[in-house]
Design a protein around this ligand. Structure first.
Ligand code: SAM
Length: 225
């Protein structure tokens, strides 16, 4: 194993500080609430896996979701519930987009370590954003009363039809999965869009499509359960 020298440690610190300075500069340049939030996250949570959450494939998938959502269902929502919400990148992107008018965006994740990062990233949204730490199978969806339920982590949950059966009939949903079988945390990938549509069996489909990435293809459906 290679020994870490003082010079290595100093470089690591410098890189972290430089990243913070660069992102803060980008925030000033763009005026983006997402980039302002990201600078705060880099400062407060240097160990968060931001490199994965903000890689171009993750961001590309969410830009795709954002644009198809607007085309399919418009931009005005009272209460969006996002399951497997992770660091809250999708809510931050929708709050940053003037086409959307969202009264409350609730990000729910089973991992207690992600909530504070998501809240920091979405700090500018104030009371319009909140996090809940909970298993998505243990929620009372009727009581939540969402006008849109989003799950872009379908590849991470064991039984998609069982989870969908918990939603009140008529609930609007946006769902993503992928065929990235070789990633060890993906326990429920699908080989094709057709297989994903069969798993979700929506009563009405407003959009169904595929987005080819370098190593895998992402699938998305928007519609009603
Ligand atoms: C790696 S992330 C998200 C990946 C996805 N492609 C995205 O960005 O939308 C998957 C998240 O699902 C969460 N998760 C997995 N099982 C869950 C469950 N039963 N209830 C709530 N969250 C869950 C994990 O904690 C994790 O934060």
């Amino acid at each position: 194993m290679m020994k870490t020298t003082r010079a290595d440690e100093a470089n690591t610190t410098d890189w972290h500080e430089s990243a913070f300075d660069i992102i803060r500069g980008l925030s000033a340049y763009t005026g983006s609430s997402l980039i302002e939030g990201l600078a705060k996250v880099v400062a407060k949570y240097p160990d968060a896996d931001l490199g994965t959450a903000f890689n171009h494939k993750q961001v590309g998938s969410k830009i795709w979701a954002r644009d198809k959502l607007f085309e399919s269902l418009g931009g005005k929502f009272k209460h969006i519930v996002l399951l497997g919400g992770w660091y809250g990148v999708l809510p931050a992107m929708l709050f940053d987009d003037s086409r959307f008018d969202i009264a409350l965006f609730e990000s729910i994740d089973i991992d207690p370590d992600v909530a504070q990062v998501a809240e920091t990233l979405n700090a500018k949204a104030g009371g319009r954003f909140r996090t809940t730490t909970q298993d998505m199978y243990a929620l009372d969806y009727k009581a939540l009363g969402a006008d849109l339920v989003i799950n872009t982590s379908c590849e991470h949950i064991a039984d998609l039809p069982a989870w969908l059966s918990l939603l009140p009939r008529g609930t609007q949903v946006m769902l993503q999965s992928n065929d990235y079988f070789s990633e060890p945390t993906h326990i429920n990938c699908v080989p094709s869009l057709e297989a994903f549509q069969a798993q979700t069996s929506l009563s009405h489909v407003a959009f169904a499509g595929s987005l080819a990435m370098k190593k895998y293809t992402r699938f998305m459906v928007i519609g009603t359960v």
